[in-house]
Every structure is written in C-alpha cells, then in structure tokens.
Design a protein around this ligand. Sequence first.
Ligand code: ZN
Length: 513
Amino acid sequence: MKSFLGSFVNLAFAVAAQLAGAVATPEFLAYMDYFIRKEYGDDYYLHVDDVVDLSMHSRTIDKVITDGFEQVVYCLNEPAGARNFQSIFWNIAYFDKPYFEGMFEDFVFPDGSPMIWESVNWLQKRFMKWFNAERKRALLTFPVETVNLLDNGIDFVDQEWADYAAEMWSEGHSFFMYRSDSVDSLASCCRLRNEVQDNQFSYTLGAGGVSTGSKCVMTLNINRIVQETFAEHKDEYGWTRSTFWDEGYENRIIILNEVIAEQVSRVHDYLKAFNTILMDRYHAGLIPLYDAGFVNPERQYLTVGINGLIEAAEFLGCAITSDGIHYKTFVNNVLSVIHTLNVMNRTKECMFNCEYVPAENLGVKNATWDAKDGLFVPRKCYNSYFYLVEDEHTNPIDKFIMHGKEFTQFLDGGSALHCNLDEHLTKEQYRKLMQIAIKTGCPYFTFNIPNTVCRDCGHISKHMLKKCPKCGSENLDWATRVIGYLKLISSFSEARQKEAALRYYAGGIDAET
Ligand SMILES: [Zn+2]
C-alpha cells in the first residue's frame, strides 16, 4: 500500500507536468483498496480496529489507512515545480453500486482478480469522512470530489449512497454530485464502444470518466457575437433592444443562429487542426501520457466553450429567470446550434462537445475587452452559470431549474450548478434538493457554504461567521468555491474577489461580507 501511494504521488506530478488541465483519477480509491486487501485481507474493513503496527504508535488498520490518505492528500496539495508552482488540479470520484458495476465489471487487476464492491464501498465512505474532518485542520483544496449517483427518474437507485451523500453535506462537507438516469452516460466515455451513439453526452468537467476529458477548449464570447451581429443589422432591419422579442423575433433568431453557426464551424476547423498536430505527435511517440495508456486520445473531446451567454441574453432584454420564456428560447437556440454542429462534424478522429466553461480568467478578460470596445457589459466578470450570481431573487429551486433539462438539454459537455447557501441544511433538506435535481434534470451540482478561517488563531469553521468562535477575532477570511475548487476569497484575483463579494448566498446574510 505504501509503495502504491508513493508511486501514485510521483505519477500524479509526472502527469500534471505534461498537462495544463486537471488530473482526474476516479479509480484512485478502488486501486488503493486492492493494495489494502493485499496487506490486511479482503475483509479488512470488518476489523479496522485491529492493531497492526508494532511501532510505538500501535496503529490500527484504520489509522494506517487514514495515514495513507494524509500522505497522498497533503503531498498533492503541495505546489508543483513543473506547473509554475500551482498545485495539481486533482479530481477523484465516488461511485454508487450501479455506477461501480457499470464502470468496472470487466476490469481485472494484473493478477486476474476483480474489484470488490464491499470493501471499495467502505473505503469511499471512509475517505469522505476523513477528508471532511481533515479540512477543519487545514484548508485543503484538492482533491475535488464527485459523487456519481444513478436514478430511475423518480429516486436514486442506490439509496444507501444517496443518504450518505446527503449526510456528508449536512456535516459540512463540500463536493460535487453527478446524477443521471443512465449508467451509459458515464460509462460510455470510459469503455471503448463500437457503436457511435447519436446523443452521447459526456461531462468533461470532472465527473467520473476514466482516461477521457478534453484535448483542447476554444471558447466563444457569445455576448460579443450577439452584439456585433446586432450592430450590423440594426440599421438594415431596424433592430432595437427593446423590440427584439416583438413579432417576427423568429427571423431575428435565425440570423443570430447563422452567425453563431459560422463561428462554431470555424472553431471546429481550428480544433481539427490542433487535433491533427496532436495526433501527429502521438503517432511519432512523443506523448508518453497517451503511449502509456493513461489517457486515450480517441476518447477525448475537442471542446467548444461558451462564455458571456447570460450577458448576451441580458443585452437582448431577456429576464434572467427560470420561467423567462425569451431567455429559455435564446439559450436553447444558441446551444442547439452548437450541439447540432458538434454531432454533424464528428469524425472518427474528432469528437466535439460544448461546455459552459468556468472561465476563471477569461470571464474577466472578455468583460474587460468588451467594455473597452464600448459593448454592453453588465458585470466585470462574465457569469458562468445560467442564473445571475448576484440576484437575490433566484432561490435554490430556480437555480436547479435553470441548470436542469429545460436549459441544458443541448449542452453536451456540461455545466456545474454552484448552489450558494449561507448555512448548512439538514440531511433531509439536502435529500429533498437531490430529489429536485432529478425532477428538474440538473445533472451536475454542488452546494457552497463559505468556510470561515481566523487570521489570528487559525481556527477553521465550516460556517460563514463574522466572529471567530474560538478567539473572538473579527480578522477573518472566508473560503468558498468560486470555480470548482475551494479557495480563500483573499487568494482570488482582484476581479474575482469583487465577484465573490457580490454573490448571493440564500438565507439572507449580508453579501458585503
Ligand atoms: Zn480565532
């Protein structure tokens, strides 16, 4: 187990040095389980209190395991020299039983043995509990965790895991949930399949696919495209912002769609060119990650990113609400144009998808460039959600609707709902919101409750406080998830700090904090 964990850390650094993006190891815990079983038997999880260490520490199996977690997590949160001293963006995944079986039923270890659900199940839960507790001692950013749950359209299939996830949220843990009513949606990107599915949705944002992801992302600034098209047609067709949705709007939408389609086709061409160069290097044996089989270039996507979508809708006078009919029409038009072309232009070597990208830096850059050119720019950092982060009238249920089927049905690469709350809910309340995720068809979401870090005594609280409960200091910082990973607000870029301050946390706490 120790050798495995040590090699794993080295491998993660070696892989990350060759990539700009995230390093996702969804099977990390399933592999670790194998090595624990080698040492303490297949039923180790049934007697974790056995003392197995003859040193002065007299450690139990449980302690040996959590020490292993500690080693990997603390090492991987260290700065990486080969990445400009940024940490590795490390993702892991938890699977419920149906997903685990769907993903790994054909998998065998080199000795021919299969994975075992019972012990992996225990280890997944143990890691989650340990990580949540450890985050009270240190602000650990990575791994970003995703719980993958299958549902039948009404409720979750694996009730044990649905309950456990709700319990972990209620205990203040922070993680993403991916839900779907098909095992294929996750497994299809992980297993080689002969048939090409017409409607293959693949989340490249971090849900649990194995050896997949995105090869390259090129992002469209929808706000600029819309406004430039608008300016072009203003005089000729008499377009005005206040009358865009009046009679005959269908024709105006068709014109917008044509311009967007043209841009998407160009992006596809650039991505194809990128892919040709990449495959050339691959066939010349110059990409060790591919040669070693850690990533499969044939399962990776070329991604059309979008940014400035909500701002474009605002420009066109849409009310950004869950029942905003113009807003919904606009979003579905833009996304269906991209989705149709993604399917149409797919070749054997090139699969395209579309992602509502987090745009950590690009959201600020686009807003700055557009403002400089005199365009309508409603905020200093373009939103990466389907709702307005600063809008106090958007309640959590509206947010689920706006990240649900009605808005995201054509978004084949994913978006993440960050449901900001100012206080933790109970297990039952989270369970209800998970149910709402099924009902609204929201596939990928998380809850954000800012943690408070005392600058004087170092105390970390899972709550959003204005006073340190330990020493009474008001010299505080808050940690939240602005893009996908947990970080101190004071460590964000300046524009992101301002955006974080504007965020509305449901429950009514003063947003100025
Ligand atoms: Zn304190």
